[in-house]
Design a protein around this ligand. Structure first.
Ligand SMILES: Nc1nc2c(c(=O)[nH]1)N(C=O)[C@@H](CNc1ccc(C(=O)N[C@@H](CCC(=O)O)C(=O)O)cc1)CN2
Ligand SMILES: Nc1nc2c(ncn2[C@@H]2O[C@H](COP(=O)(O)OP(=O)(O)OP(=O)(O)O)[C@@H](O)[C@H]2O)c(=O)[nH]1
Ligand SMILES: [Mg+2]
Length: 459
């Protein structure tokens, strides 16, 4: 990596608090040396890391706002550079004026994530920690937030470091022996190379499992409610959401547009999507709604296929119903929800139909009365594969899962290469490199660009 200081000499500024009105608003500035900057803004140089009440003045010496100024001299700051915080009144206009004043004093607007990027480049955070800053801000459930803050404090990175250390130890042993080919096999036994490799693999598998759970916690699942008009999709959405989100009537074709409602079950965000009932129709608006239903189906992780249990079913024929089923995508989890059991005299329950590969699940519920809804929740959790206990979950991103899987594949190749020490060593090296991508030891600049550009401005 290049010298970061040489690449980031300019002063950056941004409003760090959320847009809109608030009690307090913060403009954050980071750069090489900001004492003069502070003096120009406040008329005096603040003491390091001491809250100073002061007016923030414009070029003519007129107050723009009065507030608290904080100066964190480098390197003891969030970014590792000099940081100034202007804590003013949280109105959008006054914040813009403070920001404009900072630009006038020589700062430029920070790019999204640029403060955190500098913190990473200056070694304040590793890449996994930097990502967890954004994940914490974006967390949509308390469980996700807890997991993000654990990663921010370095727990995920520490686990990766421990595995990397074990790999390095093993590599050193192996490479020390490479010059003595006649001892190879004997060496592997003496050094207990295989049991060590297995230990590493076990640790990696555990991390990967918990990271998979975390990925679930991060982004959740798209659950799409699908069926003919009037089968009770909107009623089921309302039951799952616990409030009347969607319009329910006995008119077939009530729902026109797809409606998305995020709920959580045991901390897992589930995006429930209510859709327009599927049928042949001459109504233009309804037809567009049905096209949207199919688009939602393409993005589904789980399809809840609703059918009407009552004899007075829908105005679609069994053939039409079968043609819907035939069009549903294969690879996606699908559950049949038999609704309106109250009209059919059926009991709530879960029925596993044999025959089909994996078995097809049928849940009997009444969305109107709320019977069997807990079965739907339990089934969604089961499909999500949720089994972790809060504390151990790692709020991983797809990028992390990819690196963990790659590392695991190299460990497995190493295990298969025990007869050829050089290949064994090479696989260990590749595994280490994959893990290094997580913490940012081996990471290309363009990847950093992608990661930090997804942050919000001022972070
Ligand atoms: N007002 C304010 N609140 C904030 C932030 C901030 O920048 N400003 N943060 C921004 O995201 C978060 C806190 N993160 C921070 C991380 C490191 C340092 C810091 O000064 N680090 C120094 C000194 C460490 C110490 O004294 O122990 C360092 O790392 O050397 C400050 C804030 C959340 N709350
Ligand atoms: N008896 C009974 N009626 C139900 C049940 N679930 C839904 N209904 C009724 O069925 C009718 C249609 O329900 P909706 O939830 O609007 O059905 P939908 O599938 O969203 O219909 P569209 O939006 O037209 O596709 C309403 O009158 C509901 O009250 C149930 O479990 N039992
Ligand atoms: Mg509806």
């Amino acid at each position: 990596m290049q010298n970061p200081a040489a690449r980031t000499p300019d002063v950056i500024a941004a409003i760090a608090t959320a847009p809109g009105r608030g009690g307090i608003g913060v403009v954050r500035v980071s750069g090489a040396s900001l004492s003069e900057f502070a003096a120009a803004l406040c008329g005096r140089v603040p003491q390091p890391r001491r809250a100073m009440f002061s007016a923030f003045v414009d070029a003519a010496g007129e107050a723009i706002d009065e507030g608290i100024l904080l100066h964190f001299p480098a390197p003891a700051s969030f970014t590792g550079e000099d940081v100034l915080e202007l804590q003013g009144h949280g109105g959008p206009v006054v914040m813009q004026m403070l920001l404009a004043r900072c630009l006038e004093l020589g700062a430029r607007l920070a790019e999204p994530g640029e403060f955190t990027r500098r913190a990473f480049l200056n070694g304040k955070l590793d890449l996994a920690q930097a990502e967890s800053v954004a994940d914490l801000i974006e967390a949509s459930t308390a469980a996700a937030a807890r997991s993000a803050v654990r990663s921010l404090s370095g727990r995920f990175s520490e686990e990766i470091h421990r595995i990397v250390d074990a790999l390095i130890d093993l590599r050193m042993l192996v490479e020390a022996t490479l010059d003595f080919p006649e001892e190879e096999i004997e060496f592997l036994e003496r050094a207990r190379a295989m049991p060590r490799l297995e230990e590493i693999r076990d640790k990696l598998e555990s991390v990967l499992d918990r990271a998979r759970q975390g990925a679930l916690l991060r982004s959740g699942l798209n659950v799409v409610l699908v069926g003919e008009p009037n089968v009770g999709k909107s009623s089921l959405l309302n039951q799952l959401a616990g409030e009347d989100r969607a319009i329910v009537t006995d008119i077939a074709g009530t729902t026109r547009d797809a409606l998305r409602e995020t709920i959580q079950i045991e901390g897992i965000p589930l995006h429930i999507i209510d859709t327009a009932g599927l049928r042949e129709t001459a109504d233009t608006v309804e037809r567009i709604g049905i096209e949207r239903t199919w688009r939602e189906i393409e993005r589904a992780d789980v399809i809840l296929r609703l059918v009407d249990a009552s004899a007075a079913a829908t105005d679609t024929t069994p053939e039409a119903s079968e043609s819907i089923d035939a069009r549903l995508p294969r690879g996606v989890e699908r559950i049949t929800v038999v609704n309106k059991i109250d009209l059919a005299g059926l009991a709530a329950g879960r029925i596993e139909e044999p025959g089909e590969p994996g078995g097809r699940i049928r849940l009997q519920v009444s969305a109107k009365r709320g019977t069997g809804i807990d079965l739907v929740r339990a089934e969604l959790l089961r499909i999500a594969g949720w089994h972790a206990h809060g504390e151990d979950v790692i709020l991983a991103r797809e990028r992390h899962l990819h690196a963990l899987r790659a590392a695991l594949a190299h460990i497995e190749s190493a295990a298969a290469q025990s007869a050829a020490l050089e290949l064994f060593a090479e696989e260990l090296r590749l595994a280490q490199e994959s893990l290094g991508e997580i913490t940012g030891e081996f990471t290309a600049d363009d990847l950093l660009g992608v990661i930090f550009s997804r942050f919000c401005i001022g972070k």
